[in-house]
Design a protein around this ligand. Structure first.
Ligand code: SF4
Length: 349
C-alpha cells in the first residue's frame, strides 16, 4: 500500500534553501575536485565516486590527473595505461567507459565536454544523474541528480514509499527531485544533497537531529527513516571459487590478459582454473599453496586459491596467452587489487 505523503508542495519553499544554507556552513568544501569547475576534473571525480568512498578516491584522483592532465591526454593513452592507473579502484567498466568517453569527447566534440545534462548523458559511462551533476557543477544547469545517496534523502523527506525497483516509481521520484530544484545556487544545492546523504542521512543510524531538513521530513516524523528507500529487487549473491597459477621465473611473473568481457575485463591476472585438478592438468609440477583469498564483488563472493611455482633455468613457456612481467614493472600494469596485494607480499609491486 502506498502512503506517499502529499508534501512536496509544502516542502518546496523550504527544502532547497535549507540544503544550500547547510552546505555552506556544514558541507564539504575541501575535496580536491571542488577546487575546479573544469568539466574534465568534475567528470573524472564523479565517475570515480560512483560506488567508491571519498576516502578511497582521494588517493587516486590526483595521481590520475598527474598522469592524464586533460581529456586529450586520456584519449590518446593506451588502454593498459588507463587500466593500470585505475587498478585497485574496482568496477573496471568505469575505467573502460572513461577511456571511451574521452575519445568520443576528442573525436566528436573537439575536446570540449557538451554543456547540457541531456548531451552529457549521451556519452559512454555517463548516466542521467552523473550528467546532471556535471552540468550543475560546471554550467549551473538546473538538472536533478538522483544517485543512491540522494534517493535515500528524498524518499525519506518525502515519505516516498513506492517500490523503486519499478521504473514508473523511479520516474516519479525523478519528477519530485526536479520539482524541488532551486532557481539558483545549483552548485551548493547539488553538493549539499550529496553531502547530506553521505554524512547525515546515512543508510543506517541517520543523524536526524543534525539534519537541516528535519522539520519537514516525513520519515523522521514517522520515526522510521531506515524503512526508506523501498526497493524490493535485492541482489542475489552467489559464490565462486577458482585456482590461480602463480608462475615465477627469474624475478618475473606470468600474466595473462583477462577476457574482454566480464569481471576484471581489460586487466591482467594469473591463469585461472575451475579446480585444482584442472590447474594440475595444465601444470603438473610441484606447487606451493598460498593462503586462500576472499574477495567480495557486487554479485558474488569469490574464493581464490593461489598455487605458486618458482622456476629456474631456461625460460619456460607456460600454456595459453600471456607474458613474463618483471615484478618491479608491475606498477605499470592493470592488476586486480587482490592480485596486486598477493604479489606485493613477495616484494614491492
Ligand atoms: Fe534523513 Fe533524518 Fe534528515 Fe530525514 S531528518 S532527511 S531521515 S537525516
Amino acid at each position: 500500500m502506498s502512503r506517499r505523503l502529499p508534501c512536496t508542495a509544502a516542502l518546496r519553499p523550504h527544502f532547497a534553501p535549507a540544503v544550500i544554507a547547510w552546505q555552506r556552513t556544514h558541507g564539504r568544501h575541501d575535496l580536491p575536485w571542488q577546487r575546479s569547475r573544469e568539466p574534465y576534473h568534475v567528470w573524472l571525480s564523479e565517475i570515480m565516486l560512483q560506488q567508491t568512498q571519498v576516502s578511497t578516491v582521494l588517493a587516486y584522483y590526483e595521481r590520475f590527473l598527474q598522469r592524464f592532465p586533460d581529456v586529450r591526454a586520456l584519449a590518446r593513452a593506451g588502454s593498459d595505461e588507463v587500466m593500470a592507473a585505475w587498478s585497485g579502484l574496482g568496477y573496471y567498466s568505469r575505467a573502460r567507459n572513461l577511456h571511451r568517453c574521452a575519445q568520443v569527447v576528442v573525436d566528436e566534440h573537439g575536446g570540449q565536454f557538451p554543456r547540457t545534462a541531456q548531451a552529457l548523458a549521451e556519452l559512454p559511462g555517463i548516466g542521467r544523474s552523473t550528467a546532471a551533476a556535471i552540468a550543475a557543477f560546471c554550467f549551473g544547469e538546473r538538472a536533478a541528480i538522483l544517485d543512491g545517496n540522494v534517493k535515500r534523502v528524498l524518499t525519506r523527506v518525502l515519505g516516498f514509499d513506492e517500490d523503486l525497483a519499478q521504473a514508473r516509481h523511479e520516474r516519479a521520484l525523478w519528477e519530485e527531485a526536479t520539482s524541488l530544484l532551486p532557481e539558483q545556487d545549483m552548485t551548493a544545492y547539488t553538493q549539499g544533497l550529496m553531502d547530506l546523504g553521505a554524512t547525515v542521512c546515512t543508510a543506517r543510524s541517520p543523524r536526524c537531529s543534525h539534519c537541516p531538513v528535519q522539520a519537514w521530513c516525513a520519515a523522521r516524523a514517522e520515526g522510521r527513516p531506515e524503512a526508506y528507500p523501498v526497493h524490493t529487487r535485492k541482489l542475489r549473491r552467489s559464490r565462486r571459487e577458482h585456482w590461480w597459477l602463480w608462475l615465477e621465473h627469474e624475478g618475473r611473473v606470468w600474466l595473462q590478459p583477462r577476457p574482454a568481457h566480464g569481471v576484471w575485463a581489460g586487466l591482467h591476472s594469473l591463469p585461472e582454473y575451475d579446480s585444482e585438478a584442472a590447474l594440475q592438468a595444465d601444470w603438473p609440477g610441484p606447487l606451493i599453496p598460498w593462503p586462500s583469498i576472499s574477495h567480495a564483488l557486487t554479485h558474488f563472493d569469490w574464493l581464490l586459491h593461489p598455487r605458486q611455482c618458482v622456476l629456474h633455468g631456461p625460460e619456460p613457456r607456460p600454456p595459453g596467452p600471456g607474458q613474463w612481467v618483471a615484478y618491479e614493472a608491475l606498477a605499470d600494469w592493470g592488476l586486480p587489487a587482490p592480485l596486486r596485494k598477493l604479489l606485493a607480499s613477495r616484494g614491492p609491486v
